[in-house]
Structures are given as structure tokens and as C-alpha cells.
Design a protein around this ligand. Structure first.
Ligand code: ADP
Length: 567
């Protein structure tokens, strides 16, 4: 193993049954090893990947070198009825103008009367009269059907009835939607990345509103269309199969002369505004990261609609587009997880060897287990105490470092996985907090600064794999601001100083919504040329950030987009 040759233990992944094979493939290619329950100790792994949710105890017992691929409580946005309820609440709190991206929906049986009223209203007003019925807890198109007459509505489990977007943008007569991959690196502070690549999923029969029961014309799920008669046929422009990469879609829009920049911005807004609905209720879990699949439908007026948010989006490799998109995606996710050399020192032998190779006699605890800091006498705290007792020369932080208030937790999370510095050279705990409880750590660091600097120098982690493309915010090189790109992941939130401040402590939803509105209207007027963007505005957009516009192949700076017409 290359990692061993370099004198440190390879990183170890643990897959729960049903986890996608591509995860195993990518990690093995990167020189990782698979966890073996029989041979390895319980905590001797770095990444635990599950398709289903983790138990509370998994979060409580997490150790500093470990990462989980789910945040807790994601059901708030990934179950259809919960998403509907939360979006409706945000709409009434922050205005229909911002939250107008999801089709009107009702959860049945509870909201049958409300649905009936809307149904009758639409019929009498001559508004679009098509509806789609979806079981709340199923996926992959299972149990979905369309109707225009209420007498065709039947259900035997909770469902949502959603207004059917009956004017989708078509390519050569085929309906499609976009699968956008979103990574929530942290909920507190809220840090969102969107992947440049993604999938365009086509229906395999031509769209028409005459045959509402033709799932191959109305649903874009691959799990359905791969069984359609036309799946393998070479369809006009679409080609064989039912998927394009996002890259191909962008070229298509470009060739059609579409100015798609505003479309990408609107999709980014949907992602941010949707995640804002969940952010306050997701407990802070610094060593976790969530990959979500946002399904977006574009209508004929280029308005993007959110159809749903997928938990554990499918990572199976069914066609060449899947291979291109998903392998790159997984590699970039691993880069976003920000593993460092120190994460390889899980075992007593390794850490001792590493310690001996460093000069000096006193070493600083490089990472504090999150659960240790978050609860008074958690089992993680006890386990970590044991680890420290066994491993001499590691400073165990005083029990006084236990922090309880949410405010303090937020600050501390900077020192753990949510520290997105991607700087493998520095592994020491950065103490910038003025929390008195942390001064113990600060003193340790200061009093042994020479040793610390020796310990901090580590070789690059990426041995079998290219280093991630990390773009720092150049104006200030401010390391507290997340990098604006990691591989093909583009930092989508926060995108400026105001949203960065609002994302910390308790997310200031109001100010975020306001900033999004401001930015979008500035972009819209830039593109339409109605208003010249002046210098002050450009500076206001940039702040200390080098925010990029998600979407285009070579993403321009947001500040440049706002200035398009002023040059
Ligand atoms: P599932 O979780 O079962 O995939 P979705 O909500 O994603 O459920 O719906 C499946 C497919 O149905 C979508 O990919 C899309 O093609 C179509 N669809 C869903 N909702 C709508 C809607 N409101 N308007 C138009 N098409 C829709």
C-alpha cells in the first residue's frame, strides 16, 4: 500500500450493506482500505457510509478521525410531506416572492378539504388542471400517477397531491428534469456546495397531455424509463438511453443561444432557500456531511421548479453518463471531507511511531472529538479519555473545556471537520475563540510553539489521487471562509460577507433571503441591461469572497456577472 510505504496507516472506509459499489471502487482507487469487522478494532475507521440514516449513538460516539455521510434529521426536507410543510411555512414567513419555486401541494388525507378547494378554484378559473399524486415515503417513481379529474384520485396510504407542471421545457419533444448534486458540509455554520456536473434525466416517449397514464412520457425516473420500449432506441437529439451529463446540457443551451446564467442562479437560490428551511432544526454534527439530490424541472419560460429533495441519491452506474458524473462526484466528496494525515493515526502503534518521529516531548491534542465538547459526560468523552490515557504524550483537554451553549458549539466546530481549510500542513487546534474554557488549549499551544510547528508539518495526504482543486478567496486569503471550489464543487452558500455572518450562530434566515433577492435582481438587471451596475455594487457583492456562479463550465465570479453590462 502506498500509504504504508510513506509510513502512515491508510485511511479506512466502512460500508453498510446496500451502500453503492462506486464508493468502494473510488476509495480503493485512492488507496483506502475496507474496514474488516473481524480484524479491526471498533473505532478503527475514517469513513462510515450508509444509504440509510445513522442511529443517535453513532453521532454521540464519533471519534475525531471519523466522518459520517449523513447529518441527523434530514427527513425535514427529504420526505415529500415534510418538505411541503416546511416550504409552506417559509413561504408565509418570508413571502411568496422568494418561496415560489415549488408547485402547490397538499398532503392527503389531512388536507383533503384544502385540496378540494384548490381543485374547484382552478377548474372554475380555467387554470392548469393537472395534478400528480405521489406516496409520501416512496421513491423512484413508485406509486405515482397523474389525473385531471378528482374521480380518478385513489390512495390507500398518505400521499401528496402536487400541481403538475404541464408546460415543461422539452428537447425534441421529450420531457427532462435535472438531478443536481448538493453537498451540505455543515449546518452550523451553513455551508453548501453544488456540483458542476449533474445529470439530465429524460422521459423516453414524447410528451403529450392526452395520455396521462403513460409513465414513459411523464416521469423522468431512470428506474422507470430503463424498462421502456424506446430506452435503447436512438431518439432524436436525445440519443440512446435516458441520461445526459450536465456538461452536455450546458452545451445544448449554449448552442441554442440561451443565456443560462440567470437560470443557474435561480437554481442555486432554490437549493439555498430549501436548505434554510432545515438548517435551524438540524443538530450540529461537525464530522458529518450530506449528499443530496435536488430534482429540478424547467418550464417553457425557463423557470426552475423544485420537485423533491432525495436522501442518498442513486449512485448506481447504469450508463456512461453515470460513470462520468458519479465517479468524479464521489472523489470530490472525499476531498470535501478534508481528511488529513493525522486521520491515518488511529492505532496505538501508528500514533506512537509518528510521535517518536517528531522532536520534543510534549504534544498537543490535534482534534477534539465533537461529542466530547458537546455533552457533559458522553460515552465518546469517556472513550476519548481512555484513548488519551493509553497514548502517552497527548494532552487531554481539561474537563472544563466542555461547552454547552449553542453559540460556543458553533465556534468550536471550526476546529473540527467543518474547518474547510484543506490545509494539510496545519493540524493543530486553532484557538481563536475568546471562550474562557478554551484557554487551557491556547496555553498548551503557546507554551510549546516550537514543538507545535514541528508536529504541524505533514506530507500531502493525496498520494494516489490528485490534490483537490481548492480555490481560496484570494483577496484576503481568509482561512475562515470556506474555499470557493473543491474539485467540481462550487461554494454556493455563503456567497458574501452578509450571508457568511448570517450563517453562523443561529442562521439569520431573513437577512439571507434579502441578500438572495438583492443578488438575483442585480444579476437580472445586469443581463437585461436595464440598469448599469456601479462600482459600489460590485464591491458589495465581492466582500472578502471570491464567490463563483454555479452552473457554467468555467464559472465566472458573481461580481463579474453583476458587472457584465457596466464594462
Ligand atoms: P420520486 O421520489 O418517486 O422519484 P418525484 O417527485 O421525483 O418522485 O417524481 C418523479 C418524477 O415525476 C419526476 O422525476 C418528474 O419527472 C415527474 N414529476 C414529479 N412531480 C412533478 C410535477 N409537479 N410536475 C411535473 N412533473 C413532475
Amino acid at each position: 500500500m502506498a500509504a504504508r510505504e510513506h509510513g502512515f496507516a491508510p485511511l479506512v472506509f466502512r460500508l453498510h450493506g446496500g451502500a453503492p459499489q462506486v464508493i468502494r471502487e473510488v476509495l480503493l482507487e485512492r488507496g483506502w482500505e475496507e474496514y474488516d469487522e473481524q480484524k479491526q478494532e471498533e473505532g478503527d475507521w475514517n469513513l462510515y457510509w450508509r444509504t440509510s440514516a445513522f442511529r443517535n449513538s453513532d453521532y454521540e460516539n464519533i471519534l475525531p478521525w471519523q466522518r459520517l455521510n449523513h447529518h441527523p434529521k434530514m427527513i425535514h426536507i427529504t420526505r415529500k410531506d415534510c418538505l411541503t410543510r416546511h416550504l409552506r411555512r417559509m413561504k408565509s414567513a418570508h413571502g411568496a416572492a422568494s418561496y415560489d419555486f415549488s408547485p402547490a401541494a397538499f398532503t392527503l388525507p389531512n388536507e383533503y378539504t384544502k385540496f378540494l378547494a384548490a381543485y374547484v378554484r382552478n377548474r372554475t378559473a380555467g387554470k392548469p388542471r393537472y395534478w400528480i399524486c405521489k406516496p409520501v415515503d416512496l421513491s423512484r417513481g413508485r406509486g405515482i400517477f397523474l389525473f385531471d379529474n378528482i374521480k380518478d384520485l385513489t390512495y390507500d396510504s398518505p400521499v401528496i397531491i402536487q400541481r403538475y407542471i404541464s408546460n415543461p421545457l422539452l428537447i425534441s419533444g421529450y420531457k427532462f428534469d435535472l438531478r443536481i448534486y448538493v453537498c451540505v458540509k455543515s449546518f452550523s455554520p451553513l455551508i453548501i456546495y453544488m456540483h458542476q456536473e449533474g445529470l439530465v434525466r429524460f422521459a423516453t416517449e414524447k410528451y403529450n397531455l392526452v395520455s396521462l397514464d403513460n409513465v414513459y412520457a411523464h416521469l423522468t425516473n431512470t428506474s422507470i424509463n430503463k424498462f421502456g420500449l424506446c430506452y435503447t432506441a436512438d431518439k432524436e437529439r436525445v440519443g440512446r438511453g435516458c441520461k445526459w451529463t450536465m456538461n452536455k446540457f450546458r452545451s445544448f443551451l449554449h448552442n441554442q443561444g440561451v443565456n443560462e446564467l440567470l437560470l443557474w442562479r435561480k437554481i442555486s437560490n432554490i437549493v439555498i432557500l430549501t436548505l434554510l428551511t432545515a438548517a435551524p432544526s438540524v443538530p450540529s454534527s461537525p464530522n458529518c456531511l450530506e449528499l443530496l439530490g435536488f430534482d429540478i424541472l424547467i418550464d417553457t419560460s425557463f423557470k426552475p421548479w423544485l420537485l423533491e429533495v432525495n436522501y442518498s441519491p442513486a449512485l448506481s452506474l447504469d450508463c456512461p453518463a453515470d460513470v462520468t458524473v458519479k465517479k468524479g462526484l464521489i472523489n470530490d466528496i472525499i476531498d470535501l471531507m478534508n481528511y488529513r494525515m493525522i486521520d491515518g493515526f488511529r492505532q496505538k502503534g501508528d500514533i506512537r511511531r509518528y510521535m517518536r518521529s517528531c522532536t520534543g516531548s510534549h504534544y498537543i491534542l490535534t482534534k477534539i472529538p465533537p461529542a466530547f465538547l458537546l455533552s457533559k459526560t458522553s460515552s465518546a468523552q469517556r472513550r476519548w479519555q481512555k484513548v488519551c490515557a493509553k497514548r502517552k504524550n497527548i494532552t487531554f483537554p481539561s474537563i472544563k473545556t466542555t461547552i454547552s451553549s449553542r453559540h460556543k458549539q458553533t465556534r468550536i466546530h471550526h476546529y473540527q471537520m467543518s474547518d474547510v481549510s484543506h490545509d494539510d500542513e496545519e493540524i493543530n487546534v486553532e484557538v481563536e475563540s475568546d471562550d474562557c474554557e478554551l484557554t487551557t488549549l491556547r496555553r498548551v499551544r503557546q507554551s510549546s510553539s516550537n514543538v507545535a510547528s514541528t508536529v504541524c508539518k505533514l506530507p500531502a495526504l493525496y498520494i494516489n489521487h490528485k490534490s483537490p482543486t481548492v480555490r481560496y478567496n484570494r483577496p484576503s486569503q481568509d482561512r475562515s471562509i470556506p474555499p470557493s471550489r473543491v474539485g467540481d464543487f462550487i461554494l454556493t452558500f455563503p456567497f458574501n460577507e452578509v450571508t457568511w455572518n448570517a450563517s453562523r450562530d443561529d442562521v439569520g434566515v431573513k437577512s439571507v433571503v434579502h441578500e438572495i433577492q438583492k443578488l438575483t435582481s442585480r444579476l437580472a438587471s445586469s443581463f437585461s441591461g436595464k440598469e448599469r451596475t456601479n462600482m459600489d455594487q460590485r464591491v458589495a457583492v465581492r466582500d472578502r469572497f471570491e464567490a463563483l456562479l454555479w452552473g457554467p463550465k468555467n464559472p465566472p465570479l458573481l461580481s463579474e456577472c453583476c458587472a457584465l453590462k457596466s464594462q
